[in-house]
Design a protein. Structure first.
Length: 202
């Protein structure tokens, strides 16, 4: 029996699903970019222009603005989570990988704070997303901290949750005051984790 036709159909189906995922990721990346520059209430046409598609394509994937906002939030979380192991495997020192990941986390927070303001009207949905945020990012941060501490580059005893919470607090209000540079202060915080020559203990 010749089943090549069936195999071709399966392959075509997988290709379509892969294409659909890539297209959706392109839309989410575009939406995130527009949200950062123009806020989450930015016109859909601006997102479509950034993605290089028509507005109808946006609505086919995300029928409501809430659908789009939640999808962007989750997409940003997953991208940030996936970056941690990739940075550790890149050949950079664990401390350098930690610093680069924290930079990505700060970039994420710029989008996150805008999303949070909109999602406050749906407290249950926001709490679910916040739990997902912690479930995905705290373990990644812990892995980076453990690697940097294990290499002797940073002091031990730093907890992932408190570090992420501290970075988040430093980023509150970023962009609202031109005299305040949250990224510079986060850099000082991460520099403060470095173990000094001869230093022992936490």
């Amino acid at each position: 029996m010749n089943d090549s036709g069936g195999g071709g159909a399966v392959h075509a189906g997988r290709s379509k699903r892969a294409d659909a995922r890539r297209n959706e990721e392109t839309l989410l990346d575009a939406a995130a970019t527009v949200f950062v520059t123009s806020g989450v209430e930015a016109p859909v046409r601006d997102i479509a222009a950034e993605a290089g598609v028509g507005t109808g394509t946006i609505y086919r994937h995300f029928p409501t603005r809430a659908d789009l906002i939640i999808a962007v939030y989750r997409h940003q979380i997953e991208a940030c989570a996936d970056a941690g192991p990739a940075l550790l495997a890149s050949g950079a020192t664990p401390y350098a990988a930690l610093g680069q990941w924290i930079d990505l986390f700060v970039d994420f927070l710029v989008t996150k704070h805008g999303l949070a303001a909109v999602l406050q009207s749906d407290s249950t949905g926001f709490e679910t997303l916040h739990a997902h945020f912690l479930d995905r990012l705290v373990p990644v941060c812990a892995e980076l901290l453990d690697a940097a501490a294990g290499s002797g580059e940073i002091r031990t005893g730093v907890q992932a949750y408190e570090l992420l919470r501290g970075v988040g607090n430093l980023c509150i209000g970023a962009g609202q005051d031109g005299r305040y540079d949250a990224r510079r202060l986060v850099g000082l915080l991460i520099a403060g984790l470095r173990r000094q020559p001869g230093q022992e203990g936490p």
